[in-house]
Design a protein around this ligand. Structure first.
Ligand SMILES: [Zn+2]
Length: 492
């Protein structure tokens, strides 16, 4: 496999920067050609050139003549549809602080990792309107996002006014998914009555309900017990949220969806036991979808024991589980029992942010910086290790999220008419992940020191090159909001 860039049609200027060298042709150029690569979609793998015009894919053919077009060299590389991260939290307030990455830094880091669309959670607060929550998040993203973005809405209360807004959010605002929390009592958690009402409203109008499945009532008790026993270290975050409480909530949510006749998407499945609950629901023929995240494949509960409060960097909910859970989650990704791969990027510095919980694990802001390395982790631990194929990688990290969240086929595939969101991926490149070199703002990286193969050579967003050999070449503010079409059940 060829690693470096071919210099055909390119030369380096004095600053060492590669430039296209077709000045007389560029004036009349009508498009861009991604040339000489192996195109990989969720279903097919084939050698082809891709012609891009006006930001969309105009032709896919074996050998498109280069004349007149700007050429992007994909020789020796894999050509993926831009990856879609269905689960991000940028510029989000949490536990008295705010995530360190906003829509500018977060989307630049995403782009450098091969992600060309994110779906971020607009956070509803009790008593406020959904419209206002969405407006707040539009303001956070506009002028900052370097890649395209869509929104999910969280739902914090089941007031009639809130439920009545759901059809309008779907039909007019392009939000097709609504997330409810079964945990974070007194903050985000809603009761079963609310979950049931949201499920029914969403199902009726073309919405998909997402659920954070952990039993928040019981967790409140276990956390209080631990703290009153003087157990304040990060590892008690994990110990107070046992796997049974995730499995119970997952089963309960699935049963509620079953009674409501609604589809359901379970976010950030962390354990074998919870994933089994999803498999059981699907065996009953229910439209249940499961998502997992890179951290649950490669980090585990022993990370909470890291010295010097570094264990706090791994505090997230659900917490990290055991090594045996990692293997089961990977197998379920392979077998089609889990369907989407999100980052759950929610980044905080250790210094000044995670430290809020220095003497009380329950005050450690939950989350980790994962938006940049999501695809690399799945490529390494899925594809390179031989567990999943390239087509499955694309399905899990791009096509399935696009289908579930109403962006397909504009996003999530390489097809004529689709947006030219394209990743030219060098499969043989090798790098070591580190907070010292990553592009996220956080002062820590939970994958620190891990070696991964594969990295983007070029990333294109609607035909523009936004990442070139590890350098961001796009522009914050050029990302465009994408409306999601209403949810329709899909066979995944
Ligand atoms: Zn999340």
């Amino acid at each position: 496999m060829q690693h470096g860039l071919s210099d055909r049609g390119l030369h380096r200027d004095g600053a060492g920067r590669r430039r296209h060298h077709f000045p007389h042709l560029e004036r009349t150029a009508i498009g861009t050609i991604v040339k000489g690569g192996t195109v990989v979609t969720a279903t097919d793998t084939f050698r082809a050139d891709i012609l891009i015009e006006d930001g969309t894919i105009a032709a896919i053919a074996h050998a498109i003549p280069a004349a007149g077009h700007t050429t992007v060299d994909a020789s020796g590389a894999l050509v993926f549809p831009g990856f879609i991260d269905p689960h991000t939290h940028l510029d989000m307030p949490f536990g008295g602080t705010t995530t360190i990455d906003d829509f500018a830094s977060g989307t630049v880091a995403a782009a450098l990792g091969g992600t060309t669309t994110i779906i971020d959670f607009a956070l509803h607060t009790k008593g406020d309107s959904l419209a206002n929550a969405l407006k707040t998040w539009h303001a956070k993203a506009a002028g900052k996002a370097a890649i395209d973005y869509a929104f999910h809405l969280t739902i914090a209360d089941g007031r009639p006014e809130t439920l009545e807004e759901i059809p309008e959010m779907i039909a007019r605002e392009g939000v097709n998914s609504f997330k409810v929390f079964m945990a974070y009592k007194h903050v985000l958690q809603v009761d079963d009555e609310t979950i049931f009402k949201v499920l029914k409203a969403a199902a009726r109008y073309g919405g998909l309900v997402q659920v954070h499945a952990e039993n928040g009532d019981v967790i409140e008790v276990t956390v209080k017990e631990a703290l009153s026993a003087g157990q304040t270290a990060p590892k008690y975050h994990g110990l107070t949220r046992p796997v049974e409480l995730e499995a119970e909530a997952t089963s309960r949510a699935i049963r509620l969806a079953e009674v409501a006749g609604a589809p359901l998407y379970v976010v950030h499945v962390s354990s074998a036991m919870a994933a089994d609950a999803i498999s059981d629901g699907r065996k009953r023929g229910l439209p249940i979808y499961g998502e997992t995240c890179p951290q649950y494949l490669v980090c585990d509960a022993s990370d909470y024991d890291r010295p010097d409060f570094a264990g706090a960097n791994y505090v997230m909910s659900p917490p990290l589980r055991e090594k045996r859970d990692q293997a089961v989650l990977l197998k379920k990704l392979k077998n089609g029992e889990l369907h989407a791969f999100g980052s759950d990027h929610c980044s905080f510095n250790n210094c000044g942010q995670k430290e809020l919980g220095k003497n009380d694990f329950s005050k450690i802001p939950n989350g980790a910086p994962t938006i940049e390395d999501r695809v690399a982790i799945l490529f390494e631990h899925g594809v390179v290790k031989g567990v999943i194929g390239l087509n499955q990688l694309v399905a899990l990290a791009s096509t399935n999220p696009a289908k579930l969240f109403g962006l397909f086929p504009r996003k999530g595939t390489i097809a004529v008419g689709s947006d030219a969101d394209i990743v030219v991926w060098d499969p043989g490149a090798e790098r070591t992940i580190s907070a010292a070199t990553h592009h996220m703002k956080a002062d820590n990286n939970i994958f620190e020191g891990m070696t991964v193969h594969g990295r983007p050579r070029f990333v294109l967003s609607r035909g523009r090159i936004i990442a070139d050999d590890g350098r961001f070449t796009g522009e914050p503010g050029t990302g465009i909001h994408q409306k999601s079409a209403p949810f329709r059940p899909v066979q995944l």
